[in-house]
Design a protein around this ligand. Structure first.
Ligand code: HEC
Length: 176
C-alpha cells in the first residue's frame, strides 16, 4: 500500500516533467518541420539600381511568363500574348479596366501598401505574393520564384513606382 502510494506520487511528479519534455520535443519538431525553405537564389549581376528598374519595366511590359493566353489590344490587327501590360497599361501608371472589365488600381504607390491584408483570402499578401497572384490569375502563366531575378526586378520596378510615397500608411500602429 505504501509502495503503491509512493509510485503514484512519483508518477504524479514525473507526469508534468514528461509533459514538459513532450512540449519541448513538440516545439523542436515544429522547427524541424518548417525548415528555412528559401529556395535557391539565382543572383543576377546588377550594374546599378537604374538598370534593375529598367529590367523590371521591361519584364512588366513584355514578359508573358510562358502563358498561352492571348488578348487583342485596342486598334491592333492580331492577338498578343498576355503580360502585366495587357491589364496594367502604360507601365501600370494610370488606373484602368482589365480586358475582362475588372477595375485596375494605379500601381503608383501600390508597393508602399504591402504587406496588405486580403480579406477575401484571409491572409496577408506580400508584394511578391501579389505578383505571383497576378501572374497566375491574370497572365495565366508560371510565376517567377520568390527569390528569382525576375521577381527581384519586378519588385524593384513596382517599388520605384512608389518612390516618395509614405510607406505603410494603411498599417495599424504597433502597440506594446
Ligand atoms: C488580367 C488582368 C491582370 C494582369 C494580366 C495583371 N494584373 Fe495585376 N491586378 C489586376 C487586378 C484586377 C488588380 C486589382 C485586384 C487585386 O488586387 O487583385 C491587380 C492588382 C495588382 C497589384 C496590387 C495593386 C494594389 O494597389 O494593391 C499589383 C502590384 C499588380 N497587380 C501587379 C501586376 C504584375 C506585376 C503583373 C504581371 C506579372 C500583373 N499585375 C498582371 C489585374 C491584372
Amino acid at each position: 500500500m505504501k509502495q503503491h502510494s509512493t509510485s503514484a506520487a512519483m508518477a504524479a511528479a514525473v507526469r508534468p516533467a514528461l509533459i514538459m519534455a513532450f512540449a519541448a520535443a513538440g516545439t523542436a519538431m515544429c522547427f524541424a518541420a518548417v525548415p528555412p525553405k528559401a529556395g535557391p537564389m539565382t543572383v543576377k549581376p546588377a550594374t546599378s539600381m537604374e538598370q534593375a528598374v529598367q529590367d523590371g519595366a521591361r519584364i512588366f511590359a513584355q514578359d508573358s511568363f510562358g502563358t498561352k493566353q492571348t488578348w487583342v489590344p485596342e486598334g491592333a490587327f492580331g492577338s498578343h500574348l498576355m503580360s502585366c501590360a495587357a491589364c496594367h497599361t502604360d507601365g501600370g501608371v494610370p488606373e484602368g479596366t482589365s480586358p475582362a472589365g475588372a477595375h485596375l488600381p494605379s500601381l503608383i504607390g501600390a508597393a508602399s501598401n504591402y504587406p496588405k491584408y486580403k480579406a477575401k483570402k484571409h491572409t496577408v499578401f506580400t508584394l511578391e505574393r501579389q505578383i505571383v497572384h497576378c501572374v497566375r490569375a491574370g497572365v495565366m502563366g508560371k510565376p517567377p520564384g520568390y527569390n528569382s531575378p525576375e521577381m527581384v526586378d519586378l519588385v524593384v520596378y513596382l517599388t520605384a513606382l512608389s518612390k516618395g510615397s509614405v510607406m505603410g500608411h494603411q498599417m495599424p500602429a504597433v502597440t506594446h
